[in-house]
Design a protein around this ligand. Sequence first.
Ligand code: ADP
Ligand code: MG
Length: 679
Amino acid sequence: MSKADRDIRTLRGIGDSRAKMFGKLGIATLRDLIRFFPRDYQDRTAFRSISQLEDGVVCCVRARTAGPVKTVRIRAGLTISKVPVCDDTGLLTVTFFNRKYTAESIKSGREYVFYGKVTAQYRGFEMQNPDFETAGSSGGSTGAIVPVYRMTAGLGREKLAQAVKMALSECLDEIEEPIPRAVLEEYGLMGAREAYVQIHFPTSWSALRSARERMIFEELFIFSLGLVFMKQRRTVRDGPVISGSCLDEYMDALPFRLTDDQAACVGQALADMGSGRLMSRLIQGDVGSGKTAVAAACAFCVIRSGYQSAMMVPTEILARQHYEKLGPMFEGLGIRTCLLTGSMSASEKGRVRGLMASGEAKLIIGTHALISAQSEYHRLGLVITDEQHRFGVSQRAQLSAKGDAAHVLVMSATPIPRTLALILYGDLDVSVIESLPPGRQPVKTYCVDESYRPRIYEFVRRQVRTGRQVFVVCPAVEDSELMNSVEEYGARLKDEILSNLRVELIHGKMKAQQKESVMADFAAGRSDVLVATTVIEVGMDVPNASVMVVENAERFGLSQLHQLRGRVGRGEAESFCILVCESRNGDAKARMKIMCSTSNGFEIAQEDLRIRGPGDFFGSRQHGLPEFRIADMEYDVRILNNAQKAAAACAERLLSAANGDDPLFKAVSSFFRQEGPVN
Ligand code: ADP
Ligand code: MG
């Protein structure tokens, strides 16, 4: 066992109780500790003389005490201690709240270095609750770049830093370099040992930058290699053999003909599943392109070949909707279909799980509940995820691990830049649906300001009179200034403005069951107008809806608007998207203009990326990326590119000489162990 794998309790000063606190931060071994990277740094290299202080500056001040510590008790639970200190240029008040003993440890006539934020007061400057140490003392933080760690109760900055320092000195000489020498050289990367030291206790800002860059590179490099491994392992694993001979039976039951693109996707998936190897395929197609029908065709063939199919979707609403659409069709073909979601009652869940485990249920549609430990399957042959970027590599893997060896089909609508696609879907083969089903007309899109409201309402009334339905979407904010908080605005539409129409409301705070019944009513045409937050963004399908009004459209990202607009124009009727936007802001206008000028999802995604920068795009929480310890997608696109290049170059050697002692091989395997079961 390497020293790095030792328990942190082997460190001086860490016993059971402290180990428990470290445990809360996910730290059990020395390796965990040295891989617990700072979340930020304090710059204690910058000194200021008192005469140079400015309001709001965070800095170090070297000063002598210039008077006694005075503590006043303001009220129960609040004491304020003040100490005057000075240097040759002026006077500064150091103030402590409820830290009487700390304050009183400051001795008169001594010189200290104080570090903290300066605020301008009525007379002179004040520094509140600073860190301080005796000036000239060695081994302190003064003059250093000081790491700031994520903390937990009982473990302060210093304790953490101390522990990290001890761990480094214990095991640094045993840390292996997972990145091959040639790669280090080619990309000018800092070596592992130096990087571990510098990332915790940097000697300069430039050394810190190099250390971070190296750690980010390592993480992305190993991740990229892991994807290559997954792909490799899959191609040598046996999968259930699925026959496509029953496809016609499915086609006959379908109320429409598959488009050429859809049929091609089905063909590719069936070829994979008929090969005896495991399939891992991504179906990429814009909103409304008909991915569900493709997935259902695959599920059908799998079931006819004697296996179960499971379909996992990110929201309850979507699960129910898929269930209501596919259920009757599959039941009509004699296939038992069931729904499993988190909000179902325990007894209901139990009943459904029974049907799943016995193999009676053949098509199972649900949310995350499908991957919970209690969900068992019987000859699971295919897992489908309809993910809209919400499931990561690991959840996908968890579901497929439910089967002995199950084929994997992923459906995704959001076109994404190539780099990101590689990370998200690098382990998958890709099929694309380019064209939309026939008879679709592009959704007419308008961007208007508030002055158009009366006209919008009139338009909505007219559309409803012709038998159509209308979505009104508001941003999901609790902001009271914003008139269009759904509840309030919805109530006004319902009771005043559109009082002669059947208006329903749906928003995130409602109970799942309530949401479902509102949705079901709308889908069945029992209501005319649905006022909603973005809960409807994900995949809802109501072909009779022909108008999408988006309030405060400037608050939505382009890709989100595209998703929303995709909720209409699904039937044959002419459809409209009205973006109500008050903002004079240039960015907002540019985005609205793009929405009005194109309906191509890929173009929109590209523009989104261009306008918002990769930060927001990656930061949008919908990417489903595994949680990286350090890699920050916002800044690291360049490093990601390099890491992928390097991984591609190394993959072959690593695969052919897979050797348990190779540090790179070990690193790759352990990364994916963290990611959850991968088969
Ligand atoms: P998405 O790709 O966004 O998931 P859906 O699978 O929800 O799209 O399909 C959108 C709509 O198009 C649905 O109402 C579906 O019934 C319909 N549809 C799908 N394929 C076809 C087709 N080949 N011909 C006509 N309508 C289709
Ligand atoms: Mg869909």
